[in-house]
Design a binder for this molecule. Structure first.
Ligand SMILES: N[C@@H](CCC(=O)N[C@@H](CS)C(=O)NCC(=O)O)C(=O)O
Length: 205
């Protein structure tokens, strides 16, 4: 019998969405428990680290979004076929996490001058570096996927981040990264992903 998964996160995409995309891509059943902010204070102490997301696997609770995503990808065959493929995936995922953190810092900065300075650094340094690397990675791989010849969780982490930046009102100009634009189309058109994206709850970010 398959494992019983219960995934707990707020009713947001945020850092909790990549695991949901992995469940969707694998076509694996799980309970998607979307915690209301009003319930959070009482739920907080029942979570492993006082934060969301966490995943329950047959009743055992595990925190940390990236560890959860990596575990699910390993379980569902979306984590690369060799250690070298796993390394390639982790390089991309680490780059994307750094971009996500910076995007959050820029978006939520209250001081306008500081925000402008952070935004400039983000757009002029971090994005060209990260997306330049990803564009080159895609150019060197004829499958259209980031690693190997099939979908991995790096592809899902990329489309997720890309959409998040759009929701934050600072979309990446994909004209400069045509392979990334084509990749997004290819991954979002996969039947299970396309179905999930059409049906998921609409949230601001
Ligand atoms: N490194 C953790 C960070 C988790 C985290 O900061 N979660 C936020 C939501 S995105 C949270 O639970 N905030 C509510 C709180 O800390 O009380 C992860 O990636 O899962």
């Amino acid at each position: 019998m398959g494992k019983k998964y219960v995934y707990h996160y707020f009713n947001l995409k945020g850092r909790g969405e990549t695991p949901r995309l992995i469940f969707a891509a694998a076509g694996v059943e799980y309970t998607d428990n979307r915690v209301e902010f009003s319930d959070w204070p009482k739920i907080k102490e029942t979570t492993p680290l006082g934060s969301l997301p966490y995943l329950e696997v047959d009743g055992q609770k595990f925190p940390e979004s990236v560890a959860i995503a990596r575990y699910l990808a390993n379980e569902f065959g979306l984590a690369g076929k060799s250690n070298l493929e796993k390394l390639k995936i982790d390089v991309i995922v680490d780059l994307l996490i750094a971009v996500r953190e910076s995007a959050g810092t820029v978006h939520f900065e209250q001081d306008e001058a500081k925000k402008a300075e952070l935004m400039k650094k983000f757009n002029e340094e971090q994005i060209p570096k990260c997306f330049g690397y990803i564009e080159k990675t895609l150019s060197e791989n004829s499958s259209g996927f980031l690693v190997g010849n099939k979908l991995t969780w790096a592809d899902l982490a990329l489309i997720d981040l890309d959409a998040m930046l759009g929701n934050f009102g600072n979309p990446i100009n994909l004209d400069k990264f045509p392979k990334v634009a084509a990749h997004r189309k290819q991954v979002e058109a996969l039947p299970r992903i396309s179905k999930y994206l059409k049906n998921r709850p609409v949230t601001p970010y």
